[in-house]
Design a binder for this molecule. Structure first.
Ligand code: ISL
Length: 512
């Protein structure tokens, strides 16, 4: 049971309006009380924060914004005292443009060894004024930026699949892995329990960087065959990473693997590659029984291909909050609670995203506060991901709700979140928070959740029913419009109260 902490938005200890590691350490009681096993913390290493930490300029130090190295060491110790494991984000696909390697590459001029750590290429067209190929950035706009050479003239271009400030590293250059290995060992030796590997399906680029046939794809999306991602030789990189991790028994890796096809996804979780891989199917699924069934079936089949542990997630800092995806308001919240029960009933590892346990929705933010680079890069057509990164409401009646002592939080917090604070929800046995805590407790403590397989049982239309083959837990999800009768068994949890003994629409139930 992992809990994803978006550190800018979790808790602020120094009153600058941005969350930090001291804030997280001070709120570990909440996580212990909730009953999680480990945290995944989004990047806290040194960064100019062009992409909120995914642009790393020193991978072996903690940014002062988050409290520096001392705060990180205190956090690890405090988490371990509570039996909570700490997983940090690492970003192997690219660095910040402020990284010393990139600065050296700029200064060295064309042709030097320093440029070979990235993808510097001459432009096309008579004066090299056109990008080297037609690739687009995941955040919108071209994936290439032209540099001014040391002589003051426009010169080569460099590749960045994300923002201009995130140049892609050349993994064919041995320096890249050597340095990444140093980073992994550096943190493991400081007591970190594992890593979430950013863009784990990236890193390897096709030889010659050929043009892509897949253009004008929606911002923040791509297909499996897109030449920018999921190239076969990425697996050699994962095997090298795993060989390092295996020196630290118990350490875990979880990869961000945006690959749809089951067989190709499964390659990432072979015994000598990643321990876990996010399967994102449920984040791209509507609240529809058929779609949910297919997403679960395929995620289980994909993991089973390599005898790997399925890894479930409904929301994160990129994809938005599921309450909003399922329609928002009361209906969205009911469906989000039902889907949480479905996910928690499945075999495998589960990630919940901070605020999910409070039933928070995405926030409609005004243009002037948007910070995600996607907003600028898409020419203001894609609002980006800030909507799901608003700080967590802890207590009190008005923003900043105990998140910070500073009213000017890095993203504004909606006044109506007064009803959703941790403080209020802890005191209310019917709150979403109390519901999550109970669900996690049952999942942790009851034998009925054992076993690695499920069987689907016959179900009324728009309803899913499955049973854990090992322990026998039965999970029912009603995605239809009418209440449904429950199978035999003792009800141990329902996401909303039964009506005349039946499970109402947009709800789930667990029976033993
Ligand atoms: O293309 C996508 C999915 O089909 C994107 O979602 C892409 O894989 C994703 O944006 C990668 O995300 C990760 O790396 C980014 C960072 O901005 C995200 O926050 C992070 O989760 C660049 O480091």
């Amino acid at each position: 049971m992992f809990y994803q902490v978006y550190p800018r938005s979790f808790a602020d200890s120094n009153g600058d309006g941005v969350g930090d590691l001291g804030g997280l350490a001070a709120r570990l009681d909440h996580l212990e009380w909730l009953g999680i096993d480990g945290v995944w913390i989004n990047p806290v290493t040194v960064s100019p924060m062009a992409d909120h930490g995914y642009d790393v300029s020193d991978p072996r130090d903690i940014d002062p914004l988050f409290g520096g190295m001392a705060a990180f060491e205190r956090l690890i110790a405090a988490a371990h005292r509570r039996g909570i494991k700490v997983t940090m984000d690492v970003v192997p696909n690219h660095t910040s443009s402020a990284h010393p390697w990139f600065q050296a590459a700029l200064a060295a001029g064309p042709g030097g060894a320093a440029r070979d750590r990235y993808f510097f290429r001459d432009g096309r067209g008579p004066s090299g004024a056109l990008p080297p190929n037609n690739w687009e950035s995941v955040f919108g706009g071209p994936a290439w930026t032209r540099v001014v050479e040391p002589d003051g003239n426009p010169g080569q271009w460099y590749l960045h699949l994300f923002d201009t400030e995130q140049p892609d590293l050349n993994w064919d250059n041995p320096d890249t892995f050597d340095d990444f290995e140093k980073t992994l060992r550096f943190w493991l030796e400081r007591g970190v329990d594992g890593f979430r590997i950013d863009v784990a399906h990236g890193m390897a680029k096709p030889p010659g960087l050929p043009d892509s046939e897949y253009l004008d794809i929606e911002v923040l999306h791509h297909l499996d065959d897109d030449p920018r991602f999921n190239r076969p030789h990425v697996h050699a990189i994962h095997r090298d990473i795993r060989a390092v991790i295996d020196d630290y028994p118990g350490a875990v890796t979880v990869g961000e693997v945006w690959v749809h096809d089951n067989a190709r996804w499964a390659e990432y979780v072979r015994a000598d590659e990643l321990h876990l891989g996010f399967n994102f199917r449920l984040t791209r699924t509507d609240f529809d029984a058929g779609e949910i069934h297919d997403a679960v079936l395929n995620s289980l089949e994909a993991a089973a291909l390599e005898n790997a542990t399925p890894t479930w997630t409904l929301a994160n800092h990129d994809v938005g909050r599921e309450v909003t995806r399922y329609g928002g308001g009361d209906v969205g919240l009911r469906r989000a609670r039902a889907m949480a029960m479905l996910m928690l009933a499945l075999p495998g590892a589960v990630f919940i995203y901070n605020g999910q346990e409070l039933g928070l929705p995405d926030v409609d933010l005004p243009d002037e506060v948007l910070q995600d680079p996607t907003w600028e890069r898409s020419g203001h057509t894609e609002r980006g991901r800030d909507r799901c990164r608003v700080p967590i409401p802890w207590s009190g009646e008005a923003p900043p709700f105990g998140f910070s002592t500073c009213a000017d939080t890095w993203l504004p917090m909606p006044a109506e979140w007064a009803a959703w604070t941790v403080e209020k929800q802890r005191a209310d046995p019917d709150s979403t928070l109390s519901f999550f805590r109970r669900a996690l407790e049952l999942r942790r403590e009851r034998d009925e959740f054992e076993g690695t397989e499920i069987e689907w049982l016959g179900a009324p239309r728009n309803t899913l029913v499955f049973r854990r083959c090992g322990g026998g837990l039965v999970c029912v999800l009603n995605a239809g419009e009418d209440p449904v009768g429950l199978p035999d068994g003792k009800l141990i949890l329902a996401s909303s109260p039964l009506v005349d003994g039946k499970l109402p629409p947009d709800s789930a139930a667990w029976l033993v």
